[in-house]
Design a protein around this ligand. Structure first.
Ligand SMILES: [Zn+2]
Ligand SMILES: [Zn+2]
Length: 264
């Protein structure tokens, strides 16, 4: 099975279970590699309420190190899911120097400075918006994230569908623009199974994006986006099947921000 590269810790304030419990579950279901990618801190701790504070970054690394020590037979990577917002590039570069990270997942949750589209507390915001406009703003930022060369992996590439909103207009040009940027800068996209547990009931990204990604030569990784130990590796069989159905025969794994390909 491919590595599960998207897992959180209680430091982000909306996940449960310590890294050692995630590792234990990973071993129990037969994974041999996982990676912790908790929500990155911001320069300002009051940015929002769903991430660790900056002074907790060391504690995060220690928790992952402890899991590595307790589970020597399991490869455990040290990573972050980093929010991409235009203007944050210097901060992301600074974060990258703080610890010997294995990879960064670049994710867009904010389509503007104040609207994190996946936040259930802001669900009513969708009432004032046209879905295609949200998709356009989202993919504009996702394309910038892919171009930035700050990330090895782009996270949940069609997150706006989370609550079941869907644009009626054709989004193919948005997808193609993003995937061309990913190909050019050499970043992978993840198959994120958390979408199956949300209202959209679908892996991120959708099959069309994945088909275009394969045609464009954009590699893939896999992630459960686990916010609890029991979610580690969840629905991976389905994700692997989808990747194979669109043509993928290999996926990437990362160590110290270097990619290697493994058979799927
Ligand atoms: Zn989260
Ligand atoms: Zn995310």
């Amino acid at each position: 099975m491919p590595a599960d590269y998207h897992m959180h810790t209680p430091l982000c304030r909306h996940a449960t279970g310590e890294p050692i419990e995630y590792a234990k579950h990973a071993v129990a279901i037969g994974l041999d590699e996982i990676g912790f990618s908790d929500h990155s801190p911001m320069r300002q701790d009051n940015f929002d309420n769903w991430r660790m504070n900056l002074d907790q970054l060391g504690e995060y690394v220690e928790k992952v190190r402890k899991a590595q020590k307790d589970f020597p037979g399991l490869t455990i990577r040290l990573a972050l899911e980093v929010d991409y917002l235009p203007g944050h590039e210097d901060w992301i570069r600074e974060l990258a120097t703080r610890h010997p990270w294995d990879y960064f997942i670049g994710s867009v949750h904010y389509v503007s400075d104040h609207w994190d589209i996946d936040n259930p507390a802001k669900l009513s915001e969708w009432k004032n918006r046209d879905a295609f406009e949200v998709w356009t703003a989202y993919f504009e930022r996702l394309t910038m994230a892919a171009e930035s060369k700050l990330f090895e992996i782009i996270g949940h590439a069609d997150l706006p569908k989370k609550f079941g909103h869907r644009p009626t207009r054709d989004c193919t040009p948005l997808y193609e623009c993003f995937l061309a940027a990913a190909k050019k800068s050499g970043c992978a996209i993840e198959l994120n199974t958390a979408g199956l547990r949300k209202d959209c009931r679908e892996i991120y990204p959708n099959r069309q994006i994945l088909e275009l990604a394969f045609q464009n030569g954009v590699p893939v990784t896999f992630g459960s986006d686990a916010h609890a130990p029991a979610e580690v590796g969840m629905n991976f069989a389905e994700a692997i099947q989808l990747a194979r159905d669109v043509g993928y025969r290999e996926c990437c794994q990362f160590a110290k921000r270097k990619c290697r390909f493994i058979k799927l």
